[in-house]
Design a protein around this ligand. Structure first.
Ligand SMILES: [Mn+2]
Length: 344
């Protein structure tokens, strides 16, 4: 079974593929990068791309602004790259003649790595599904209707005739499964499920991916989750739920901000909640604010108003302010959105 790329974007897709293939063909050393706190979509996309590029004879390196968490390391392994090729951190970029950035369409979402990527004279390619403007000078394939960057990449591989082997299928499947919240979120479309089915046919294991991503919590992550959930505040007649995690909570439980990724899903699981907000105090670099909506409120717009970005149902911003000041700045906007997002 072959799923053709959808006609609504076929022309844009084919034009992009033609240009991207030419740029890739001309490069020898390819650098892959993504956003701060890379998760299953970004690491899965990097792994699938790394495998694809290695097969094309390229030398591939991966550099994310922050390390790949333990729970996503199985995805990095699917890339087939030696561990040394994944040298995360904000430092100097390794030598390269092409940069491919995934799950990011604004250099600002790459933290301290952003200015280095921006300053690189090498050609740049972006694959993404977030709503924002592609930076000048980059060749971009951005489909805001796609569930995940993994889905965008699947279409790219299909359109360019690149074979998808079982590890690539596994990595892309993890991208889809994670970014759709196990096919629960509203970005789950008919095409998402068709592509997921095709990835299983190509060798992805649903059972194994679920076990790795969702049945693999450490005790300290559960402690962190408990701390976050005991603080949940319900406002606007239950339509808004928010909570926060101060920096010392991460120190006490031996976790990092990224370990709190699941907290927002629990707030969204509360009946009547339309909008959820999670504040995470980062060590020495402000507060990461994450927004989620069930569709009634546009949190992408909310995040952009605060200087961040994202999709209507999932968005975020990092504020260079203390925790209390960040909460004070964001909550009035969130309340307003939660009120406006009330069903008629
Ligand atoms: Mn994503």
């Amino acid at each position: 079974m072959i799923i053709p790329p959808p006609p609504r974007e076929a022309r844009g897709l084919l034009g992009f593929c033609e240009q991207a293939c030419a740029v890739v063909a001309a490069a020898e050393r390819v650098l892959l990068a993504s956003h701060v706190f890379p998760e299953a979509d970004s690491v899965g996309s990097e792994a699938a791309l790394a495998r694809h590029l290695t097969r094309l004879g390229k030398q591939v390196r991966v550099r994310n602004p922050s390390p790949v968490q333990e729970i996503y390391r199985f995805l990095a392994e699917l890339s087939g790259l030696p561990g040394a090729a994944w040298d995360d951190g904000p430092g100097e970029l390794p030598a390269h003649d092409l940069v491919i950035v995934v799950d990011v369409s604004d250099w600002d979402y790459m933290g301290p790595l952003g200015p280095r990527v921006r300053a690189s004279s090498a050609p740049k390619i972006l694959f993404d599904h977030h709503q924002s403007r592609a930076p000048e000078g980059a060749l971009a394939l951005i489909d805001t209707e796609a569930s995940s960057t993994g889905e965008v990449l699947y279409r790219y591989f299909l359109a360019t005739g690149a074979p998808i082997d079982p590890p690539m299928a596994g990595a892309l499947y993890a991208s889809l499964l994670f970014d759709t919240g196990s096919f629960r979120l509203r970005n789950t479309r008919d095409e998402t499920l068709l592509i997921a089915a095709e990835l299983i046919r190509l060798g992805a294991s649903h059972t194994e991916t679920v076990a790795r991503l969702f049945e693999n919590e450490s005790f300290s992550r559960v402690e962190l989750l408990t701390a976050a959930l005991t603080r949940v505040v319900s406002e606007v007649e239950g339509r808004l739920a928010w909570t926060f995690l101060p920096g010392d909570m991460f120190r006490r439980t031996g976790t990092t901000a990224a370990d709190a990724d699941g907290v927002i899903d629990h707030m969204m699981s509360i009946r009547g909640v339309e909008l959820a907000v999670l504040f995470r105090e980062l060590p020495g670099c402000g507060v990461k604010v994450t927004f989620r909506s069930k569709g009634g409120c546009d949190v992408g717009r909310l995040a952009r108003r605060l200087g961040g970005g994202g999709r209507p149902t999932a968005a975020g911003v990092t504020l260079e302010k203390p925790l209390e000041a960040s909460i004070g700045e964001v909550l009035p906007h969130a309340r307003e959105q939660a009120r406006g997002g009330a069903p008629a």
